[in-house]
Design a protein around this ligand. Structure first.
Ligand code: GDP
Length: 309
């Protein structure tokens, strides 16, 4: 019988997990709901970084050293732009840029973001479903003592150094989920909130009211902590969690997901954790090779009682 697993994803930790999961599960049985709160128009096209990382992961194109862009890509256009004096902050590869250009052209013709992703998905030969969380603009705004900024300015341009005084997920409350997302959540055999940034990747998705409601109505939901001790495995999750008043730990992550998960997986190196309503599991969650990615995916399938043998 066909099964359906739904994952909530940002751009690094969950795609690593996806690489392991697709070794075990037919892609047709996987749907990924992806954060779009870092999307923006760039001079050449429309940039949807987390969606592209998921598309490239499922199609085998991903540059899995840096978790964005296409493996073996060239950078002629980027270098020429710099030579001409255009200060392009993001290091965008030529083939990756083609994705942005094509998506932007389709959107200018009137297609919705989700429709353009459906076209890209099929063209790239991706058999799993990839849903941007919404076709409506939602934006993660990072407040610093100097000014408000987006994630790319904070993390790439300013290298994550400003003090973060607040985070707002702008317009999430009035966003509508992409068609198919709520049905996928309600009909899935199991739901995985992957090890993504709880604030800048997962919070935008779970702040969209119908997605939150659907997830709340479910059972068989598992989340993986992206934090060990008081440090995320990578990225600025600790600063962001503190800015929202959560401790930057697995406990803080579980609190952010309160009422939305039944099972919570923390790393074996992490401190002991007991949660009232949620069962806690411990395993090695550091996915630094394919075997470990597959092992974590298998561990999660076990928790969700989904078997493929
Ligand atoms: P980012 O913080 O902007 O990089 O946001 P992403 O949503 O792309 O995901 C990165 C998150 O995944 C970070 O919070 C990391 O701590 C987490 N992460 C990355 N690799 C791993 C891993 O191998 N294991 C675990 N448990 N978490 C990971």
């Amino acid at each position: 019988m066909t099964k359906l697993i739904v994952l909530f994803s940002g751009g690094t930790g969950t795609p690593k997990l996806l690489q392991g999961l697709i070794e075990l599960v037919p892609q047709e049985e996987i749907s990924v709901v992806v954060n779009t709160a870092e999307d923006c128009w760039l001079p050449h096209g429309y940039f949807s970084p987390d969606v592209d990382t998921v598309l490239y992961t499922l199609s085998g194109l991903i540059d899995d050293e840096v978790w964005h862009g296409i493996k073996g890509d060239t950078f002629f256009t980027h270098r020429q732009l710099l030579a001409l004096g255009h200060d392009e902050v993001l290091n965008i590869g030529d083939r990756d840029r083609a994705t942005h250009i094509y998506r932007g052209a389709l959107m200018r013709r009137g297609l919705r973001l989700s429709e353009t992703i459906e076209i890209l998905r099929k063209t790239l030969g991706v058999r799993g479903r990839v849903y941007p969380m919404s076709d409506d603009p939602v934006e993660t705004v990072i407040s610093t003592p100097e000014k408000d900024m987006g994630l790319h300015e904070f993390w790439v341009e300013k290298k994550g150094s400003p003090t973060v005084t607040g985070i707002t997920i702008r317009d999430a409350e009035k966003a509508t989920p992409t068609p198919g997302v709520v049905d996928a959540i309600l009909s899935a055999d199991g739901i995985i909130i992957g090890p993504s940034n709880p604030v800048s990747s997962i919070l935008p998705i779970i702040s969209i009211p119908p997605i939150r409601k659907a997830l709340k109505a479910r059972k068989n939901r598992v989340a993986v902590s992206p934090v060990i001790g008081r440090k995320p495995v990578s990225g600025p999750a600790d600063k962001f969690m503190k800015a929202l008043g959560f401790e930057p730990t697995s406990r803080g992550t579980a609190e952010l997901y309160e009422g939305l998960v039944d099972h919570f997986v923390v790393d074996i190196r992490d401190e002991e954790l007991y949660l009232e309503e949620t069962e806690v599991y411990r395993t090695d969650t550091i996915m630094n090779n394919l075997e470990k990615k597959r092992a974590l995916a298998e561990f999660l399938l076990g928790i969700l009682n989904i078997s493929y043998h």
